[in-house]
Design a binder for this molecule. Structure first.
Ligand SMILES: Cc1cc2nc3c(=O)[nH]c(=O)nc-3n(C[C@H](O)[C@H](O)[C@H](O)COP(=O)(O)OP(=O)(O)OC[C@H]3O[C@@H](n4cnc5c(N)ncnc54)[C@H](O)[C@@H]3O)c2cc1C
Length: 485
């Protein structure tokens, strides 16, 4: 038999109330709890919200209990997976955080090439378990990012051009709906819900488990960054544009504009120097990768070429320390078309004019399998776009780069205006106009998402996210905006 877990909610102006969630086996953390400040902190240190209660679940029954508890009391709900979203939607003021961070188990079936991943796992957990069998699926390029939020928004990463977006490898989910019911969604069960969950974010329920298709990858791959001096950026980007036209799907690349981070693999004399860095990962035989990457590595004279055989797991966490938890972050983002000359000129003009040595822009090359999946087959919009760029202001607590580099992202974004081709919903910040959510999907996908939302969450219970509003019911209730600042 389980003992109810108790905690007090309603501090501050209200009288504290002792509450219990019947049968809850995880931890209930309120403002009196010693761990409250740690438990309410998310990756982005600029987010500072104070929920009444954090319900740290240890199983699906806890999630069901927490959803029902919140609904009975009409509490604001935030869902926390990895806590990584730049908009900080994993935590709310007042209300309850349904926190899955203690649910990180990963089970792998090597023969069937499947993985079952709990809703609070991080990509590092998945890569660790799957790579033990030489398998992987498309995940994010920073290993402390949550699987849940990333997957539900689409999922871009090194492997996407070969194996598709993360959602293209999603086979089924267990999801707790706004009514507190546990459903399995797949192509055969609640297919409308399954379609919406593949891109529509946390709008439709709390996902407690994901089932993914895996592929043979590595465990040693040809991967690494190539660095050029910032003044070379225009010429290198022109070369890169032409090089990409014939690049095989196995090759995933991300361009990073910023200073050379002080990583141990980068010699000290280059640290903090403005550079164009192209990270590459070849998801195929090493010798083929050597041949494919040779022209890019010979372009101009790189300052440093670190491409070589590397463990895929190690490559997946190589950038982790450049974007740690607790620093302050502000992002703007857009999809872009192929890099024609005028676009390259705009990028080069703005990319290196931020103030903080830690601010950067990152541009993911899409196409390949991503754009061969039919538009509308999943709820991920703008599959035809060539690149997804994020413009990321980064400053440490106490540093005064925040205002200047936030302004830098906005003016860079404005300059990209005439080239914009939609946006990746997971790269949207917390202060965006709600129209940008529609922009992320395009009209027909967005309208279909509204239909599914209206079926499964007509009262917009799950609105602390990049919100898709149902056609009927409470649009946004309890004083919290869909795009919290
Ligand atoms: C440093 C960094 C690197 C990144 N790199 C990539 C990348 O390479 N590729 C990429 O695609 N994206 C990347 N992202 C973006 C990432 O996809 C989003 O930030 C994503 O929201 C992170 O997922 P999370 O579980 O950590 O989110 P959280 O902050 O925990 O949650 C964000 C939202 O997701 C929803 N959600 C979370 N968990 C659940 C759940 N279990 N059930 C239902 N809804 C849930 C909720 O609506 C919640 O508000 C990166 C982000 C950062 C900060």
């Amino acid at each position: 038999m389980t003992t109810p877990t108790t905690a007090e909610v309603g501090r501050g102006s209200k009288k504290p109330t002792v509450v219990e969630i019947d049968g809850f086996r995880g931890r209930l953390i309120n403002a009196d709890h010693a761990d409250y400040d740690i438990a309410r902190a998310v990756w982005n240190g600029a987010i500072n919200r104070r929920p009444h209660l954090i319900a740290r679940c240890i199983g699906t029954a806890d999630v069901v209990g927490a959803v029902r508890f919140a609904r009975e009391r009409d509490l604001e709900i935030a869902i926390r997976g990895g806590g990584h979203n730049v908009a900080g939607t994993a935590v709310c003021d007042d209300g309850i955080v349904i926190d899955l961070s203690a649910m990180r188990a990963v089970r792998v079936d090597p023969a069937g090439r499947r993985a079952w991943v709990q809703g609070g796992a991080l990509w590092g957990d998945v890569d660790h378990e799957t790579q033990a069998h030489g398998l992987a699926t498309t995940g994010g390029i920073v290993s402390h990012t949550g699987v849940a939020g990333l997957t539900l928004g689409g999922g871009v990463g090194w492997l996407m051009r070969k194996h598709g977006l993360t959602i293209d490898n999603l086979l089924a989910v267990d999801v707790v709906t706004a009514e507190g019911k546990l459903l399995r969604a797949s192509e055969d069960e609640h297919p409308d819900l399954f379609w919406a969950l593949r891109g529509g974010g946390g709008n439709f329920g709390v996902v407690t488990s994901f089932e993914f298709r895996l592929h043979p990858v590595g465990p040693t791959v040809l991967a690494g960054p190539i660095l050029w001096d910032a003044p070379e950026a225009g010429e290198v980007l022109r070369f890169y544009r032409d090089f990409l036209r014939d690049a095989p799907d196995e090759l995933g690349t991300v361009v990073r504009f910023g200073t050379a981070p002080p990583l141990p693999v980068i010699s000290r004399d280059l640290h903090w120097r403005p550079v164009l860095m192209i990270g590459a990962c070849y998801a195929g035989p090493i010798e083929d990768g050597e041949r494919v990457l040779r022209p890019l590595r010979a372009c101009r004279t790189p300052l440093l070429d670190l491409v070589g055989p590397a463990p895929y797991v190690g490559f997946q966490n190589a950038l982790d320390s450049t974007v740690p938890h607790g620093w302050n972050y502000y992002w703007k983002s857009t999809h872009l078309p192929e890099l024609r000359d005028e676009l390259i000129d705009v990028i080069v003009e703005h990319a290196f004019s931020c103030s903080s040595p830690r601010s950067y822009a990152a541009m993911f090359h899409l196409k390949g399998t991503v754009s061969r999946v039919a538009e509308g087959a999943t709820a991920f919009g703008n599959r035809h776009a060539s690149h997804a760029i994020t413009l990321d202001a980064v400053w440490r607590p106490g540093e005064d780069f925040g205002d200047r580099d936030t302004a830098w992202t906005r003016s860079f974004f404005a300059a990209l205006g005439r080239f914009r081709e939609g946006v990746y919903v997971n790269f949207l910040g917390g202060d965006e106009n709600p129209d940008r959510v529609r922009e992320a999907y395009g009209d027909s996908v967005y309208d279909r998402l509204v239909n599914v939302k209206t079926t499964y969450d007509p009262d917009n219970v799950f609105h602390h996210n990049q919100n898709i509003r149902p056609r009927t019911g409470t649009p946004i209730s309890r004083g919290t905006r869909a795009h919290p600042h």
